[in-house]
Design a protein around this ligand. Structure first.
Ligand code: ZN
Length: 215
């Protein structure tokens, strides 16, 4: 059986009703990128470098002293025989997860989404103890930042897990019934990790487990 690899972006896109985009994102049939997203990525790289080097966040992210920060933690956790949860945690410093955002949308609006809870589940199931998620938003255009905290309580973890499972089973059933796994996963298994391979919109064959990325 092909396992569904749930990520926050696929789940939230599906939940918003844009099924077509969710499918295209999941099977990498199209790349959804913008100048803002590229800028965001560049900031993330710069910040990860700064944090690892200085054990503190840069001035635009509050200049907070950190104890033992680890940045860009890529995690895959198995939830059911048909379901994995995947994601990259921007920064973890026990017991806090940090999420960095750029752009005009306030940290509050991110905090009211399911994202912090989903990352809370991902961290907890990976054995990283977490009791809060802090979302820092830096608006590079006006050079201002704000922060919101989400407490990762047992109830939040329970609700987030429920959200993940409900949406994932809907998507996985849709993919299975419409034979989308068979249609797109026809390139055998990855030589490195054994996961399935697929073809991206640019024509490259890639491992769906993205095992070449830092773990
Ligand atoms: Zn692989």
């Amino acid at each position: 059986m092909t396992r569904f690899r749930a990520s926050y972006s696929t789940l939230s896109t599906w939940a918003s009703g844009d099924w077509e985009k969710a499918i295209k994102m999941y099977f990498k049939l199209e790349t959804f990128t913008s100048l803002a997203m590229e800028e965001g990525k560049a900031f993330h790289k710069m910040w990860a470098f700064h944090i690892e080097k200085n054990k503190s966040t840069p001035p635009e992210l509050g200049n907070i002293k950190l104890i033992n920060p680890v940045t860009e933690i890529k995690k895959t956790v198995n939830i059911h025989d048909w379901l994995d949860l995947v994601g990259v945690i921007d920064c973890y410093d026990k017991p806090i997860i940090y999420e960095w955002k750029t752009g005009k949308k306030s940290s509050e609006s991110y905090a009211s989404s399911q994202q912090a809870g989903v990352y809370g589940v991902l961290a907890t199931l990976s054995g990283l103890y977490v009791d809060q998620a802090k979302i820092y938003r830096y608006d590079q255009h006006v050079k201002k930042s704000d922060v919101s905290t989400v407490w990762i309580t047992d109830q939040v973890l329970k609700d987030s897990m429920n959200w993940i499972e409900t949406l994932s089973s809907e998507i996985h059933n849709y993919f299975t019934e419409n034979k989308l796994y068979e249609k797109y996963y026809t390139y055998g298994n990855c030589e490195k990790c054994g996961s399935l391979k697929a073809k991206s919109s640019s024509g490259n064959i890639y491992c769906v487990n993205t095992c070449w990325l830092k773990n």
